[in-house]
Design a protein around this ligand. Structure first.
Ligand code: NAD
Length: 262
């Protein structure tokens, strides 16, 4: 018997067309899950094709998680194939720059609509068959910025803090109905969203040096945590947040000068 086997599960991954979502889709497929890749970008079809090319099972549907009709349509496609999601990974998210004195209300609302309300929308739509069956697991990708404010990034940190509480509330309300809800909070991960930052070797090196693990994370690092929390191995874990940051957020005591204790 393998330690984690998701071969009897259908797993929906939002924003599965690139970056962390792609890594999660590949990670779930590697332990046997049938993966439904959702993305507003057609690149999601390449990820589904990659999984099938590796001998796995995957489908792609264009889906904008900020839109009720689009999410409902994707759920209908899954149902029409006689499938039901047992796992949902809420991952699609982004950020826009802006200090709190300057960010436009439009940008503020756009970020909350995608990063927070989109997560609730998908939890409700894809969680419905889980609640009916009395079994399911939801994993939300938040961020270390849920706990530490990321300046000049508009609503980003607020949205991620909201995701952590959304997950806890889902755990409380849906736990008795058989559905677990947990968060994975990535630290610094190189993806298309952050690639521009890491292209400057000096920035890459300065960031790497801040991390006790002495490397920038990869989507597979996040995928491993998500796969665990989605699996039966985590059947008694719900309402939790797992930080995956190479130790970065544990370094604050290290910045205090303390002669004799270097
Ligand atoms: P990314 O931009 O590289 O990929 C995001 C994917 O989501 C893209 O494929 C994009 O098309 C899709 N997407 C965007 N809006 C969508 C929508 N409305 N509907 C459906 N799909 C949509 O981003 P990433 O770095 O892989 O980030 C993934 C998640 O991880 C986000 O929630 C992000 O906030 C979080 N995160 C990332 C980092 C990091 O360092 N990269 C750190 C902490 C948290």
């Amino acid at each position: 018997m393998t330690w984690i086997d998701l071969s009897s599960n259908v797993a929906v991954v939002t924003g599965g067309g690139a970056g962390i979502g792609r890594g999660i889709a590949l990670g779930l497929a590697a332990v046997g899950a049938e993966v439904v890749v959702l993305d507003r970008d057609e690149a999601g079809s390449d990820v589904a094709a990659e999984i099938r090319g590796n001998g796995g099972r995957a489908e792609f549907f264009v889906c904008d998680v900020t839109c009720d009709d689009s999410v409902a349509w994707a759920a209908e496609q899954i149902k029409a194939r006689g499938s039901q999601a047992g796992i949902l990974v809420n991952n699609a998210g982004t950020m826009l720059p802006g200090g709190l004195d300057a960010v436009s209300m439009t940008d503020w609302d756009r970020i909350l609509s995608l990063n927070l309300t989109g997560y609730l929308r998908c939890a409700r739509v894809f969680g419905e068959p889980m609640l009916e069956r009395g079994a399911g697991a939801i994993v939300h990708v938040a961020s270390i910025s849920a706990s530490f404010p990321q300046g000049y990034s508009g609503a980003y940190s607020v949205s991620k803090a909201g995701v952590v509480m959304l997950s806890r509330q889902l755990a409380l309300e849906w736990g008795p109905r058989g559905v677990r809800s947990n968060v994975v909070s990535p630290g610094m991960i190189r993806t298309p969203m952050t690639d521009e930052i890491y292209r400057a070797p000096s920035v890459h090196e300065a960031r790497r040096a801040l991390v006790p693990a002495r490397r920038i994370g990869q989507p597979a690092d996040i995928a491993d945590a998500v796969v665990f929390l989605a699996s039966e191995r985590a059947s008694y874990i719900t309402g939790e947040e797992m930080v995956v940051d190479g130790g970065f957020t544990r370094t604050i005591m290290g910045v205090i000068p303390r002669p004799g204790f270097e």
